[in-house]
Design a protein. Structure first.
Length: 255
């Protein structure tokens, strides 16, 4: 009996040690993630200043023509992308500090990709908004009369990018909605008559549709009980993805 108690105590101590090591390792990863985000913050802040004064240090080091880098299009895209990176970094730092005590190193990739996810989302949003403006509002002039970018315009693009990077979760939802709107695909309603309610729901989900209202109607024919006897819309009718299909399920008349 004493041996089993000692073994239990040993297992408890071992478990506590493992948890302490895990917590220490998670804490180290949290600190490294914060340092990485701080360095990224410093880099993109410098890049913003470098772009603002038209120095373009990094692009010129790679041999790009300085004259083409001073175009209004490049500057607006640069402000948007840098804003997206800074927004993603701030959101990552906020999340990292908020969850520091319960930090899990499995999510370290979220913080590593935060700046780059922010830049990409900002660029997507910028492209969608700019293209919509050009289509519905005619020609889209990036620069002013002297082919320069005004300060309000630059700040507007920077702010839009920063918001896109900071609110990446909401931007993903918004982008999903735009994809469904632009690339809306019609489906045909599958025939679920004769199937059980569970089988009908499974069939609808596999067709990217939702199960709508379920109506129960008593039937004399026992063979029909617990199966779908009607549906709306009817089978093979055109329907958009994500729409719902209502079904009628037979129940026992005696019940």
């Amino acid at each position: 009996m004493s041996f089993s108690n000692k073994k239990k105590d040993y297992d408890d101590i071992k478990e506590v040690d493992e948890k302490a090591k895990e917590a220490k390792l998670n804490g180290i990863v949290a600190i490294v993630s914060n340092l990485y985000l701080l360095l990224s913050l410093a880099f993109f802040s410098w890049l913003l200043f470098d772009t603002w004064i038209s120095q373009h240090t990094l692009p010129t080091k790679f041999g790009y023509d300085l004259a083409s880098l001073d175009s209004p299009t490049f500057r607006l895209v640069a402000y948007t992308v840098i804003g997206g990176a800074l927004g993603g970094i701030i959101n990552g730092m906020r999340s990292c500090l908020l969850h520091y005590n319960g930090f899990d190193r499995r999510y370290v990739w979220k913080y590593i990709t935060a700046p780059w996810m922010g830049t990409t989302l900002a660029l997507f949003v910028y492209a969608l908004i700019r293209s919509s403006t050009a289509v519905f509002g005619g020609a889209d002039n990036f620069g002013g009369a002297d082919n320069t970018v005004s300060t309000p315009q630059a700040l507007s693009n920077f702010a839009a990018g920063a918001l896109a990077g900071y609110g990446s979760k909401d931007v993903f939802i918004w982008l999903d909605a735009q994809v469904q709107k632009i690339f809306q695909v019609s489906e045909q309603v599958p025939n679920v008559k004769g199937k059980t309610e569970e089988a009908a729901a499974s069939r609808l989900h596999s067709a990217n549709l939702e199960l709508g209202e379920v109506t129960k109607i008593p039937q004399k024919d026992e063979k029909l009980v617990d199966t779908v006897i009607d549906q709306a819309p009817s089978p093979e009718a055109p329907i958009d993805r994500g729409e719902s299909v209502d079904i009628t399920v037979a129940t026992s008349k005696s019940g």
